[in-house]
Design a protein around this ligand. Structure first.
Ligand code: SAH
Ligand code: F3S
Length: 450
């Protein structure tokens, strides 16, 4: 049977989709190749959120087409995911060597499409239509010892986003919100637990909107909180994470859930985007800096150790120095543990792309660098507080930088590197933190179970 290599760009939703595609192809008898050099089928699962991500995938495909095709004429090349969705056929015009363009709602049909190309039934496949129920199809997992994922798994709970932030391409590429039923998600978590998974990360573009308009509120609890409660009951699952929430959906029922559900870890990734109310409004975010700071405060009241991470965009159209200073002040006030800072990238077809007052690249660079430096200072201060403390980690596997050592994550999502033994992998373990790097902690196991 042929072998397939999948390279993934972008967010965890894409990682999850790629995993489901790989699992499906493996079930059909394909083997998974470690690189494009030995693969019969090369698939790039793409991201459109910023221009850089698109350029990377285009560059990669150009290189693969030039190198691989020269020596092996029959290799199948495909673009999957968000860029396939937003650009469609245009990608084949650009890169005629490409055989498959498969959008976000058709990705689960990839096995059939590859068969059709291999059997010569279709020369080129371009499938970017909508498909009802496609959110149910991302279900298969690859847990057979392929590294870290065996203890921790991603579970897709919904697809799409109705928010339409003015800078964001995601509503175009992922479509409208569509959720899976609670029972189906719980069943998947049960199956994962039976296979040794201890941690699940519930995934969606805007998980706090989960079930809105489909599942009723019960006792003041949003459908998302009801889902958290249901997953919490799954035996064997010890930790629950989720991404990405939206501040406007971070209600008191969710804040309160952190105090009530012990498996819900002390970690939250809440995109704030800007600290200026004027810019937030232009972004169409539906929240203010006060609302945002209010959530951070409430969460820290319920869970003082919670790790809070955010996304920030600098250089949104019309962002003045004063707007930027408000973002700076919000970062200082909120004392984030980590922040992903992005330079605004105009996306075709979005409202912000045609706004006047686009910000020059050098101003974006300057603001980006300033915030990175600030975050390094804020973040490392927060990491230092862990030294000499005992923390619980879930051991995922060898450290990427130094495979002699192991790595795990604390409940508040900090990476801890330590010298352990292979039997620690997949287990919860107490370690004492001995040293803090900028975004890594180093520790020693405190309890040896020998
Ligand atoms: N809710 C989604 C958002 C996806 S995009 C999720 O986190 O899964 C992830 C982040 O990319 C956003 O929070 C935003 O900070 C950034 N982003 C989105 N569109 C962007 C653009 N046009 N330019 C720069 N950054 C952008
Ligand atoms: Fe994008 Fe805003 Fe939705 S950032 S994914 S449109 S919440």
């Amino acid at each position: 049977m042929p072998s397939v290599y999948i390279k993934t760009y972008g967010c965890q939703m894409n990682e999850r989709d790629s995993e489901a595609v790989a699992a499906q192809l493996q079930r059909r008898g394909y083997s998974i190749a470690e690189s494009e050099d030995s693969a019969d089928i090369v698939l790039l699962n793409t991201c459109s959120v910023r221009d850089l991500a698109e350029q990377k995938a285009l560059g990669k495909m150009r290189a693969v087409a030039a190198d691989v095709r020269r020596s092996r004429k029959n290799v199948v090349l495909g673009f999957l995911g968000c860029m396939a969705q937003s650009r469609g056929e245009e990608l084949i015009d650009k890169l005629p060597d490409v055989d498959l363009i498969v959008g976000t709602q058709k990705i689960h049909r990839i096995g059939d499409y590859i068969d059709e190309v291999l059997n010569g039934k279709r020369e080129k496949v371009v499938e970017v239509g909508e498909e009802e129920g496609s959110q149910m199809a991302i279900r298969e997992h690859l847990l057979d010892g392929r590294g870290p994922k065996a203890v921790s798994a991603f579970v897709s709970i919904m697809q799409g986003c109705n928010q339409r932030c003015s800078f964001c391409i995601v509503p175009h590429t992922r479509g409208r919100e569509r959720c899976r039923p609670i029972d189906d998600i719980v069943q998947e978590c049960r199956e994962l637990a039976q296979q040794g998974v201890k941690e699940v990360t519930l995934l969606g573009q805007i998980v706090t909107s989960y079930g809105r308009g489909v599942i009723e509120e019960k006792g003041g609890k949003s459908p998302f909180v009801q889902l958290l409660e249901a997953v919490h009951q799954v035996e064997g699952i010890e930790r629950i994470r989720f991404t990405a929430p939206h501040p406007k959906g971070y209600g008191d029922d969710l804040v309160e859930a952190y105090g009530r559900l012990p498996k819900l870890v002390e970690s939250a990734h809440i995109p704030m985007q800007s600290g200026s109310n004027r810019i937030l409004k232009l972004m169409g975010r539906g929240h203010t800096r006060e609302k945002y700071l209010g959530i951070v405060k409430k969460l820290r009241e319920v869970k003082p150790e919670i790790g809070i991470c955010t996304d920030i965009i600098v250089g949104f159209p019309g962002e003045t120095d004063e707007d930027f200073q408000q973002t700076v002040r919000l970062v200082e006030e909120a004392q984030f543990d980590q922040a992903f800072i992005f330079k605004y990238s105009p996306r075709q077809g979005t409202k912000a792309a045609s706004m006047p007052e686009q910000i020059p690249q050098e101003v974006k660079e300057e603001r980006h660098q300033y915030l990175l430096n600030l975050m390094n200072r804020v973040g490392s201060e927060r990491y230092k507080r862990f030294v000499d403390r005992k923390v619980q980690i879930l051991v995922e596997g060898p450290s990427k930088k130094n495979p002699e050592r192991l790595m795990g994550r604390t409940r508040c999502n900090r990476i801890v590197v330590f010298e352990g033994s292979p039997r620690h992998i997949g287990n919860l373990l107490d370690v004492k933190i001995t040293r803090a790097g900028t975004f890594t902690l180093y520790g020693d196991p405190v309890i040896f179970d020998e």
